[in-house]
Design a protein around this ligand. Structure first.
Ligand SMILES: Nc1ncnc2c1ncn2[C@@H]1O[C@H](COP(=O)(O)OP(=O)(O)O)[C@@H](O)[C@H]1O
Ligand SMILES: [Mg+2]
Length: 286
């Protein structure tokens, strides 16, 4: 992990850059983030302990236990419907769960006293579909939550937002609307928007699976950079190249259970369970 401080943004307004810069500058050198230290003892950023969840009669998660240490990158994979999205939505309290406990940087997600908007502001989340506000410019997309949730001034929020936009190589697009950007570019904006909130962890739910194939790489590049900067990440993905490159651990889920939770080398070397072996052989066959 590097600790180079972030330089000031090149320009407060993107007009000059928008005229001169190429449409897509690619990733800029230097860290995307300098993650804050963990408040929790032991360095565990996410703790998931015996979590079970039901949708009515249907048990969607069964006794899930794992943890993600500070700076660790954990890839979550498994068949469709195995509970991957549900599990990570429980981490930032987008879904309630009936049993067990989850802590994020020492804060219990389920405590009555926990301020959920505040907690969610510390957990960056990027979904499959780039959920940018279509009626807002890219700059406004990047600044609205900083202003409304964190109470930053318009000027501070814009500075932070445009700096991150530059980091993901999209300064030239600050004044455009989401519909004018490609899917890959929108997803990079969504990542920048999440980072603008100074999250302590980032959750990704199949961030590249709705993209045209030629755009997958540019989004994974941003995620690789983020991982190398030391961000704590929990990533639901079937991009096994990404997992091999940056994951510390791989979790394999099936039918609501964490079937394997292994170091990357062990998982790819020889998954223990037959279910994981079958899954891997299917997705690696093509
Ligand atoms: N809101 C919901 N109500 C009822 N069942 C749901 C709901 N959301 C998901 N499920 C079911 O829970 C299971 C796990 O879903 P999900 O977490 O989305 O799986 P994955 O992300 O691994 O594909 C699936 O069987 C799905 O149909
Ligand atoms: Mg899912």
């Amino acid at each position: 992990m590097t600790s180079t401080p972030m330089p000031a943004p090149a320009a407060a307004t993107p007009t000059a850059a928008a005229r001169e810069a190429p449409a897509d500058e690619g990733l800029r050198a230097g860290p995307l983030v300098t993650p804050p230290p963990a408040a929790a003892t032991g360095g565990s950023m996410i703790g998931i302990e015996k979590v079970s969840k039901w949708y009515g009669e249907f048990k969607v998660l069964t006794d899930c236990t794992t943890s993600v240490a500070r700076g660790e990158v954990v890839v979550v994979c498994g068949p469709s419907g195995s509970g991957k999205s549900t599990l990570i939505k429980c981490v930032n309290a987008l879904e309630p769960f009936q049993e067990g406990q989850i802590t994020v940087d020492g804060t219990r997600v389920k405590d009555r006293g926990t301020n959920l908007p505040k907690l969610r502001a510390r957990v960056g989340m990027v979904f499959q579909h780039f959920e940018l506000f279509p009626h807002l410019s890219i700059t406004d997309n990047l600044t609205i939550a900083q202003r409304k949730v964190l109470g930053r001034s318009g000027e501070d929020a814009k500075k932070r937002g445009l700096d991150l936009l530059e980091r993901v190589g999209l300064s030239a697009h600050a004044k455009k609307f989401p519909g004018q950007l490609s899917g890959g570019q929108q997803q990079r904006v969504a990542i920048a928007r999440a980072l603008a909130m100074n999250p302590v962890v980032m959750l990704f739910d199949e961030p590249t699976s709705a993209l045209d194939p030629e755009m997958v790489g540019e989004v994974l590049d941003v995620m690789v950079e983020l991982a190398r900067d030391g961000m704590t990440m929990m990533v639901v993905t079937h991009e096994m190249g990404f997992a091999r490159k940056v994951a510390d651990r791989v979790i394999f889920m099936d039918r609501g259970e964490i079937v394997e939770d292994a170091a990357k080398e062990d998982f790819f070397g020889q998954p223990r369970s037959e279910r994981a072996q079958q899954f891997l052989s299917k997705i690696l066959a093509h």
